[in-house]
Design a protein around this ligand. Structure first.
Ligand code: ACO
Length: 330
């Protein structure tokens, strides 16, 4: 197992105040609390209002992470924002976050698009950049306003997603041995159509017809996605453990992408691990894509489920179809 050279110095999260319950959804579309809870484990999700953009949630999460790390915003020289719901198609929302946080213009800023795996992809990217010695401290943020790309009349998708943000501050490791041990990333680019927004990009620029047809909203093939998600998450978890000479006994907590309780249960079964070893908060947030893993990390730390010295396994899967895993010692 490698000695970490980069570690997480602090974490923070932000959830919009508006809670949207299954009961409220059931009043608007043909669904029920019972159906949603049985199929997904989701009981409620957060929804940001028009006054709160992806960058605003990112800023709130970043401030919390900086405070937790005891690091001033001026010490950050790299800002990576993982999102599939940027404020604008162009430029990167990371630049807006930089401005709102008052970071110096010498900060490198970019968005990273890897959907629900965005945080794990961002962890590898930001850590490598700090490890290069060219950057000292990075802010890695996952922030999503998925409510803006959801068709609220489509019951097969709208019940599953939510809004939120979370951030971590990354910097060089100290003598404690805490830090990022390893990351493994991959993608099944042959399965783009299992989860995607069909129009609005350069292949199909928006037209009045595409807007009227709802082609700017998420489309999903739920059953196929479910199977591939379980297979890819279990595989990448096994791979990263084997590569580092670890077994699941060495892992304190597994933090999976919070897409669906049943996906998490199926991954636990494949790995022959009890569900108690997995952190689950999908019941309160739904699927917040790139924000899901860092929100879970922040909650797990603050609730004492991650203790100093623990090794945590992060496992992600998302549109692309991207996947990835990471090992972090605290
Ligand atoms: N309320 C009530 N009924 C519904 C709803 C709803 N919200 N949505 C679908 N149904 C109906 C369907 O229309 C279908 O009716 P029919 O049999 O009359 O056609 C019936 O319920 C059963 O639908 P299925 O698709 O068979 O339900 P399934 O058990 O597969 O569960 C689900 C659907 C929850 C979407 C499941 O396939 C799943 O979890 N897929 C993974 C999706 C996911 O998590 N996506 C997140 C993004 S991926 C990621 O982040 C990694």
């Amino acid at each position: 197992m490698a000695t970490p050279s980069i570690r997480i110095l602090g974490t923070g999260a932000h959830a919009p105040t508006r809670v949207l319950t299954n009961a409220e959804l059931s009043a608007k579309i043909e669904t029920s609390d019972e159906w949603i809870v049985t199929r997904s484990g989701i009981r409620e999700r957060r929804v940001a209002g028009p006054e709160e953009a992806t960058s605003d949630m990112a800023v709130a999460a970043a401030r919390a992470a900086l405070a937790d790390a005891g690091i001033a915003a001026s010490e950050i020289d790299l800002l990576v924002l993982a999102t599939v719901t940027p404020d604008l198609t162009m430029p990167a929302s990371a630049c807006s976050v930089q401005h709102k946080l008052g970071l110096p213009h010498t900060t490198a800023c970019f968005d990273l698009s890897a959907a629900c795996s965005g945080f794990v992809y961002g962890l590898d990217t930001a850590a490598a950049m700090v490890q290069s010695g060219r950057y000292k401290r990075a802010l890695l943020i996952g922030s999503e306003k998925l409510s803006t790309i959801i068709d609220w009349s489509d019951r097969t998708t709208c019940v599953l997603f939510g809004d939120g943000a979370a951030a971590v501050v990354l910097g060089p490791s100290d003598a404690s041995g805490a830090g990022l041990i390893d990351v493994k990333l991959g993608a099944y680019g042959d399965s783009l159509d299992l989860l995607y927004v069909p129009k609005g990009g350069s292949t199909h620029p928006p037209t009045a017809e595409s807007i009227a047809a709802g082609d700017h909203f998420i489309k999903m093939k739920g059953k196929e996605l479910f199977k591939l998600a379980v297979r890819a998450m279990a595989e990448t978890a096994r791979d990263i453990l084997a590569k580092n000479g670890l077994t699941s006994d060495d892992i304190g907590l597994i933090i999976p992408h919070q897409a669906n309780q049943r996906i998490i249960e199926a991954v636990a079964k494949q790995l022959q691990l009890p569900l108690e070893r997995f952190f689950v908060n999908v019941d309160r947030y739904g699927n917040t894509s790139a924000a899901s893993i860092p929100i879970a990390i922040d909650e797990a730390r603050r609730s004492g489920r991650i203790r100093p010295g623990d090794v945590t396994l992060l496992v992600a899967f998302g549109a692309g179809l991207t996947y990835g895993s990471a090992l972090v010692r605290w």
